[in-house]
Design a protein around this ligand. Structure first.
Ligand SMILES: Nc1ncnc2c1ncn2[C@@H]1O[C@H](COP(=O)(O)OP(=O)(O)OP(=O)(O)O)[C@@H](O)[C@H]1O
Ligand SMILES: [Mg+2]
Length: 227
């Protein structure tokens, strides 16, 4: 069963007295275990699409379903529960909490979910080890390199075993070494932990390793290539 299903989604923004049609009847479904890149020119609707799937926004018309739940008909609270329980995010600037250690940053969403201390602790340790940060659990972001902070951000995104991990241009602003490390880590988490990834990108190094490449043009899917 598809974990994300989008049917005839439109998203119109009001810009003064102009209407911008960011999505124009977009159809897309994502199956568990995918590693999918969304590409397309600037303004083609990539961020708008990710915002709908992540429950940050709702479509003007059409249906967006994540994990069998329809986002379009949810209240704000229900959408924030959807994000907490089903969606992991990797942000360009990592968004780690500076006063918290790697362990605490990784446990944060588990805490919001009301998981017990023992369970949080064990899951965060396990996932930090999986991303290669064993022994650094007690360090704060300022005591970690950029690449290590990024690994904490990946650990945090996948700690809750989300249905899908979303990333909007995750490799923008990264030097080539850090970028290669992030791409390798995401691929490994996809293969070894079965994490589903969906990211927007202009970056050919990610597009090269993607298993599916969806191209948007003017708010619609213009090509969909499975590899
Ligand atoms: N809040 C907003 N108000 C008005 N127009 C918006 C808003 N957000 C996005 N748009 C418009 O919607 C269209 C799609 O924007 P979107 O951010 O989804 O594109 P994108 O594919 O992510 O582009 P980029 O590659 O530059 O990040 C663009 O024409 C953009 O100007
Ligand atoms: Mg964008």
């Amino acid at each position: 069963m598809a974990i994300v299903s989008i049917e005839k989604a439109t998203r119109h923004y009001q810009d003064g007295d102009q209407v911008v049609e960011a999505l124009r009847g977009l159809d897309l479904s994502i199956e568990p275990g995918e590693f999918t890149a969304i590409m397309g020119p600037s303004g083609s609707g990539k961020t708008t699409l990710l915002n709908l799937i992540g429950g940050m926004d709702t479509p003007t018309s059409g249906r967006v379903t994540v994990s069998g739940k329809e986002v379009s008909s949810m209240s704000k609270t229900e959408r924030s529960d959807l994000r907490r329980d089903h969606v992991g995010f990797i942000f360009q600037s990592y968004n780690l909490i500076p006063v918290l250690t790697a362990q605490e940053n990784t446990e944060f969403v588990l805490l919001l979910q009301g998981k017990s201390e023992a369970e949080r602790n064990q899951r965060a340790r396990e996932i930090l080890k999986a991303v290669g940060l064993e022994g650094m659990e007690g360090r704060r972001p300022a005591e970690l390199s950029g690449g290590q902070q990024q690994r904490v951000a990946v650990a945090r995104a996948i700690a809750t075993k989300p249905t899908i991990v979303l990333a909007d241009e995750p490799t923008a602003n990264l030097d080539s070494e850090t970028k290669a490390e992030l791409i390798g880590l995401m691929r490994r988490m996809n293969e070894e932990e079965g994490v589903t990834f969906l990211f927007s990108t202009h970056d050919h190094e990610i597009i090269d390793v993607a298993r599916r490449v969806v191209t948007l043009r003017d708010g619609q899917v213009s090509s969909d290539e499975h590899r």
